[in-house]
Design a protein around this ligand. Sequence first.
Ligand code: ZN
Ligand code: ZN
Length: 225
Amino acid sequence: MIERMLQIVAPHHCYGCDKIGSTLCDNCKYNIIDDPFLGCIVCRKATSSHGVCDGCRTSFERAWIVTERTDDVQDTLDGYKFGRQMASARVFAELLDKRLPDFHQMNVTIVPIPTISPHIRQRGYDHMSLIAKELARRRKLPYSTILARKTNAVQLGSSRLERLANAKDAYGLKYRPNPETTYLLIDDVVTTGATLQFGAKALRDHGASAVWVAAIARQPLDKAA
Ligand SMILES: [Zn+2]
Ligand SMILES: [Zn+2]
């Protein structure tokens, strides 16, 4: 309702082409979907369809990234995270939905990477939770917040080593994992892959039998710390 009223007062513009109506228009969404990131989520080398190469050890078996982080995607993400453009939750859920394969009748549970509480307070909403919920709704899959932050350490701007050290102890579980389900962790931007790795490890260490991960964008090499 509020979203609809705001649309009339201040309509969204596409971050890709400036067209009025959505934060990313269908055309620009199609261009993003048409150019998926196909490398290994950790080392970026070409890989099989699993999203992780044979040389990289991870606590998850499969990984998908919608796209390399381009200006359009970054601007849309910034508007979503810092500009109160909640409507983009749907845009990102749609991009993930289109990038992910059909899970057939598999038992998959969607889990957002938890956001630290100062950021949720600042933004007024939990940005990853909204995307993950919308993705779960689109796919008719269960949604769970089993993963919890143990610390409120901020990742942004930290060095690579600091990020790895922070991420290592960042996650705990709210309850025991269901061994019957595959947990699909959802994050926004992958830099080192440490966040998803340690999120997946927390789940595996507590008995989850399978963990997959999916993210919206891969940080380009030159911008990775
Ligand atoms: Zn556009
Ligand atoms: Zn690799």
